[in-house]
Design a protein around this ligand. Structure first.
Ligand code: 13P
Length: 345
């Protein structure tokens, strides 16, 4: 294992002012996203939409890497250039989602497990050939009155560590993504409790399976209230709980935490990240705290594009705007007045 190269890539991904664009929606998820704007989910439409994002001039000031899906890493832009090369030409690092999605966890009602370990060693080698330098694997816990169970937590953590060890062996930085899902009416304490139990088990499994923490990144949820909770925690509380929890359990050897937006609105994803950046700086957090947003960066450009080539320029302006404000938030420099800048261009 070339730990120096892994460490260098991990550090590049969380470079100051930068974060990651998660554009690794599976074909099923992408179909839902395209349906929401009235566009058909054809291979060409999926390509055109992602090419629009990847060719946004200036976005590489804020985006260090892009997580791709299996279809996209093999796709060519309309002019025949592989999409991977479109990214590389701008100094953006291509990454790839390598899990194969979720399935019911046997004997555990309402709980899920991630698939994709079978044949993973071979797939990782192929993705490296195709230009990927980092990878992502998502494990997910649902929250309910009697869940997550310790069984689901153990399975999630074990799979994440198995994946991370294989990714490092292949010379690919693993992004370890343990997500406590925001869906539900649970309060912020419940989210914190589940996040703590999961992260503790994840770092235990990473140690057991000999993963080099300095050559990986963690992609967790923020500690937030359930999406339908009656009194949702505000940014200050989200930030204080998230940073305090991480300081208790995440080793400083790990270069960076790259948050998901996880179904938060654009506004919440930005203001919570801003508060986390401020709280992290105050606490002298040892890791970079930044973004690996899917919806948090894409919701606005997707709606603006609406499947029409005539809207490409406008959608790229919207994407650049989301990148700029999210990067500002990551640096603790976001102000709501920045939202007016888009209207001004
Ligand atoms: P969201 O930011 O939309 O949660 O997507 C990030 C991601 O990669 C989820 O797996």
């Amino acid at each position: 294992m070339d730990i120096q190269a892994l460490r260098a890539t991990a550090q590049q991904l969380v470079a100051p002012a930068k974060g990651i664009l998660a554009a690794d929606e599976s074909t099923g998820t992408m179909a839902r996203r395209l349906e929401s704007i009235g566009a058909e989910s054809t291979e060409e439409n999926r390509r055109d939409y992602r090419e629009m994002l990847f060719r946004t001039v200036g976005a590489s000031d804020y985006v260090s890497g892009v997580i791709l899906y299996d279809e996209t890493i093999r796709q060519k832009a309309a002019d025949g250039t592989p999409l991977v090369e479109v990214l590389q030409a701008q100094g953006v690092i291509p990454g790839i989602k390598v899990d194969a999605g979720l399935t019911a966890l046997p004997g555990a009602e309402g709980e899920l497990a991630t698939q994709g370990l079978d044949g993973l060693r071979e797939r990782l080698a192929e993705y490296r050939e195709l230009g990927a330098r980092f990878t992502k694997w998502r494990a997910l816990l649902n929250v309910g009155p009697a869940i997550p169970s310790s069984y689901a937590i153990e399975v999630a953590a074990h799979g994440l560590a198995r994946y991370a060890a294989l990714a490092q062996e292949a010379g690919l930085v693993p992004i370890v993504e343990p997500e406590v899902l925001m869906d539900g009416g649970h309060d912020v304490e419940r989210c914190e409790e589940a996040t703590e139990a999961l992260l503790r088990e994840v770092f235990r499994q990473l140690a057991v399976q000999r993963v080099a923490l300095d050559g990986m990144l963690l992609k967790p949820n923020m500690v937030v209230s359930g999406s339908s909770a009656p009194n949702r925690a505000r940014a200050q509380e989200v930030a204080e709980r998230t940073v305090a929890l991480f300081l208790r359990i995440i080793p400083p050897a790990m270069p960076g935490v790259v948050f998901m937006s996880g179904g938060q609105s654009d506004d919440d994803a930005t203001t919570n990240l801003q508060a986390i950046a401020v709280a992290g700086a105050k606490a002298e957090a040892p890791w970079q705290l930044t973004y690996s947003y899917g919806r948090g960066l894409q919701a606005l450009p997707l709606a603006t594009w609406a499947g029409e080539s005539a809207n490409v320029k406008k959608a790229q302006r919207a994407f650049l705007h989301r990148c700029r404000v999210t990067s500002a938030a990551r640096q603790g420099a976001y102000e709501p007045a920045m939202e007016k800048e888009l209207a001004a261009v």
